[in-house]
Design a protein around this ligand. Structure first.
Ligand SMILES: C=C1C[C@]23C[C@@]1(O)CC[C@H]2[C@@]12CC[C@H](O)[C@@](C)(C(=O)O1)[C@H]2[C@@H]3C(=O)O
Ligand SMILES: O=C(O)CCC(=O)C(=O)O
Ligand SMILES: [Fe+2]
Length: 336
């Protein structure tokens, strides 16, 4: 394990080793979603890292930039106005991440999307409208990626994963994270500080877009952290815990965190993340076709309701899937 891998959210000042920083640029696979042969590249990235950058996704950058401007206008409102929209876990939140004592250097908006409409009221109308438009666009990208994920595994039905986030009652969230410079504690020596502590996403998939302020880092399989160069024109796809289970560990959920810039040149980071999960009653278990010959199911079956409840009882950095594993010796997280 490197020094980086041992840094956690209880240790706010972290740095990135030069070797990891160099590796970072080369390590993040890039998938062209418009290319007919992209399923193989998606499968390879999801199996190796659980993470890739998606280009040629079809969402005009202008649309995202307009939403970004509206979101920044919202975050610049007086705190009391923003708090009018809060109703944890949805709506506006500030510093507190989840209900169990985790904190970050951010404020955020969390929206639950039902039937493509933003269900949180009390937001400025234009922002609400733009969020709904963005949501329906990014959902299409997520569906395409989920189909490629299935195709890349040679599944006979390539809609198995995409159906789960599309059905009535599916639990789809949009989170807008804002890491203002003013919220950052002074960090010595120009080193970054943890804006959002390390974790895996509990859902099936997350699709992230950020402005050009850096911060996102992913953990490699050896535990070392690499920075992800921001690219406002692209999306970053995270494999979530539920996808790891559905594929019996063939795809791996990626551990990630945000380490915000420090120093005079630091910029505010704004990220928007789509989280795709099924309806609460939907069962999550390895798809039989993906359990190899002579292999056993590595996870017990559970409903999304059950896993979400377990996630909300856990701390951000916890390895939530451990409690659902059937074979403690064969933990996918232990493989190198
Ligand atoms: C500390 C927590 C925040 C979180 C719920 C949890 O108890 C553990 C998982 C966290 C996470 C990470 C991915 C998403 O940002 C999120 C919305 C989710 O579904 O799980 C957050 C939760 C949150 O911030 O409420
Ligand atoms: O804000 C970011 O860039 C990433 C945050 C994240 O991982 C999350 O909200 O789950
Ligand atoms: Fe995340």
């Amino acid at each position: 394990m490197t020094a980086l891998a041992t840094a956690t959210s209880c240790c706010p000042n972290v740095s990135v080793e030069p070797a990891a920083a160099v590796l970072g640029r080369a390590a993040v696979p890039v998938v062209d979603l418009s290319s007919p042969g992209s399923a193989g590249a998606v499968a390879s990235a999801c199996g190796r890292l659980g993470f890739f950058k998606a280009v040629n996704h079809g969402i005009p950058v202008g649309l995202v930039e307009k939403l970004e401007a509206e979101a920044l206008a919202f975050f610049s409102l007086p705190q009391n106005d923003k708090l009018l929209t809060s109703g944890a876990p949805l709506g506006y939140g500030h510093r507190k991440i989840g209900p169990n004592g985790d904190v970050g250097m951010l404020e955020f908006l969390m929206l639950s999307i039902g039937s493509n409409s933003v269900t949180t009221s009390a937001l400025p109308t234009v922002l609400c409208y733009m969020l709904a438009e963005y949501m329906s666009r990014v959902q299409k990208v997520a569906l395409r990626v989920l189909e490629l994920m299935a195709e890349g595994l040679g599944m006979s039905d390539t809609n198995v994963f995409s159906r789960m986030v599309q059905r009535d009652g599916s639990d789809v969230l949009l989170r807008v994270n804002h890491y203002p410079v003013a919220m950052r504690q002074p960090a010595g020596g120009g080193r970054g500080a943890v804006g959002f502590g390390e974790h895996t996403d509990p859902q099936i998939i997350a699709v992230l877009r950020s402005n050009s302020a850096s911060g996102l880092q992913i953990a490699l399989r050896d535990g070392s952290w690499v920075p992800v160069e921001p690219d406002p024109e692209s999306f970053f796809v995270n494999v979530g815990d539920s996808m790891q289970v559905l594929t019996n560990g063939r795809y791996r959920s990626v551990r990630h965190r945000v380490v915000v810039e420090a120093g005079e040149w630091a910029r505010a980071r704004l990220s928007m993340i789509y989280f795709g999960a099924p309806a609460p009653s939907e069962r999550i278990a390895p798809v039989p076709e993906l359990i190899g010959k002579g292999e056993a199911s590595r996870y017990r079956s559970f409903t999304w309701r059950e896993y979400k409840a377990a996630a909300y009882k856990s701390r951000l950095a916890d390895r939530r899937l451990d409690g659902f594993q059937l074979d403690a010796q064969g933990s996918p997280d232990d493989e190198t």
